[in-house]
Design a protein around this ligand. Structure first.
Ligand SMILES: *[C@@H]1O[C@H](CO)[C@@H](O)[C@H](O)[C@H]1NC(C)=O
Ligand SMILES: *[C@@H]1O[C@H](CO)[C@@H](O)[C@H](O)[C@H]1NC(C)=O
Ligand SMILES: *[C@@H]1O[C@H](CO)[C@@H](O)[C@H](O)[C@H]1NC(C)=O
Ligand SMILES: *[C@@H]1O[C@H](CO)[C@@H](O)[C@H](O)[C@H]1NC(C)=O
Length: 374
């Protein structure tokens, strides 16, 4: 509900400026377009494990965005809840930019993935995911590097570079599925004003001890695939990605966000509703299971929204060989009752999940997750 209020503020501020622009089908990316290429997970092709498949995602929009009107609207909306932009104008503009972006359908995005034998090609959708492309693309054989750089092929006239990191991982070993807001980053999801402030104005702050914990998991689990699954809208991707890249540099990984568009108010309403987040996150865990059915995952989240319910349901669906362990941060002000966790983790053995307070964070490093402890 709090998130809904927050988003409705944004939505009101922006009004419905984001009108769909339909252009010629299968247009390639040109100088009038902007491309957001997201970091992506890669997995061995189930049909031929010598080949690599990437779950590649891109968003193509019109290059010009009227940041002035957008900023004025957001500034006014923030004032109504008592927040002043002050000297944070550049933060605000960077973070709201994509909320004003006008997605373009039928755009063909060609991506060259360093070290792989085939080019990838994606086509953006029409409504309701206007401008978004999310496809599994086969890129042939790739070298054994730990990461690949994917770069959008632009026309000769265009000197811009759009790139992202591809994280390949085998269908074995460990992975970490992690929430972002109030799990690795202080977001104050339970407080509308504080959430708006941490999301739009302030420099991001990690939950104390979590970067060190993730760095320790990166070692003890032998370079697990980190995948961040958050209910936030994809428009916040540049902000969240730069936060993870810098603050969680030892545990970088793709970030899966909701593909909400401002032309689809219903989707925004669904996002606001926590059950929508639960369904979305379960769908993302399904997707991850499809990519890595034989990996063991540690699922890390918090008690503000539906992470306990999501991870409990994922355990019941895929079993303890896949959801090996769930850790839930107890956030002050959230429902941290035994009754809630008992219900969420019904059917999950007590040694397969734990809740933790901030004081417990340093001690989590001593749990031998690789040996099956949780
Ligand atoms: C966007 O989200 C909707 C609803 O969750 C889903 O059906 C659709 O496949 C998604 N599209 C993309 C491109 O992610
Ligand atoms: C990605 O593109 C930026 C320019 O936008 C460039 O500075 C950077 O070196 C590129 N990264 C890689 C790994 O190619
Ligand atoms: C990509 O393939 C995996 C494995 O089959 C599947 O789980 C996932 O849903 C697919 N993703 C998309 C976007 O089609
Ligand atoms: C906490 O969750 C439990 C289980 O869902 C529920 O019965 C209880 O009413 C909730 N308490 C609060 C204060 O929301």
């Amino acid at each position: 509900m709090q998130l809904f209020s927050f988003l409705s503020i944004l939505l009101t501020a922006i009004s419905v400026k984001a009108r769909p622009v339909e252009r010629g089908v299968f247009d390639s990316v040109g100088v009038l377009d902007d491309v957001l290429l997201l970091d992506a997970p890669a997995f061995p092709d189930p049909a031929n494990s010598a080949n690599t498949v990437i779950g590649l995602q891109a968003f193509v929009s019109l290059r010009q965005i009227d940041l002035g009107a957008l900023t004025t609207g957001v500034e006014a909306a923030l004032k109504t809840i008592g927040l002043d932009i002050g000297d944070k104008l550049s933060n605000v503009q960077e973070r709201i930019r994509l909320f004003g972006a006008i997605g373009l359908s039928g755009k063909n995005v060609k991506v060259d993935v360093g070290g792989c034998s085939q080019l990838a090609s994606l086509t953006t959708s029409g409504l309701p995911d206007l401008g978004m492309a999310l496809q599994n693309v086969s890129v042939g054989t790739c070298g054994g590097a730990k990461q690949f750089t994917a770069q959008v092929t632009t026309s000769g006239l265009d000197s811009r570079t759009f790139n992202a990191t591809v994280f390949p991982s085998p269908n074995s070993g460990f992975g970490v599925i992690s929430d972002i807001d109030d799990t690795v980053k202080v977001s104050n999801v339970l407080d509308k004003v504080a959430l708006a402030k941490s999301t739009l104005l302030d420099d991001p702050v990690p939950v104390t001890g979590m970067p060190e914990l993730y760095a320790s998991l990166a070692k003890s689990l032998n370079s697990p695939q980190f995948i961040y699954v958050s209910g936030s809208p994809f428009q916040l991707y540049p902000f969240l990605n730069s936060f993870i890249d810098t603050t969680y540099s030892a545990s970088k990984g793709p970030i899966l966000l909701q593909n909400l568009t401002l032309t689809n108010v219903q989707e925004l309403l669904d996002f606001a509703n926590s059950n929508g987040i639960l369904e979305y996150k379960l769908a993302m865990i399904d997707r991850i299971h499809g990519m890595y059915p034989n990996k063991k995952f540690v699922a890390i989240g918090d008690s503000t929204q539906k992470d306990p319910e999501t991870y409990g349901e994922a355990f019941r669906k895929f079993g303890g060989d896949f959801i090996s362990c769930s850790w839930i941060r107890r956030v002050d002000g959230a429902n941290n009752t035994d009754a809630r966790f008992a219900e969420a983790f019904q059917g999950v053995p007590a040694n397969k999940f734990r809740t933790f307070t901030d004081a417990d964070i340093p001690g989590l490093q001593n749990i031998n997750v690789a040996a099956g402890e949780c």
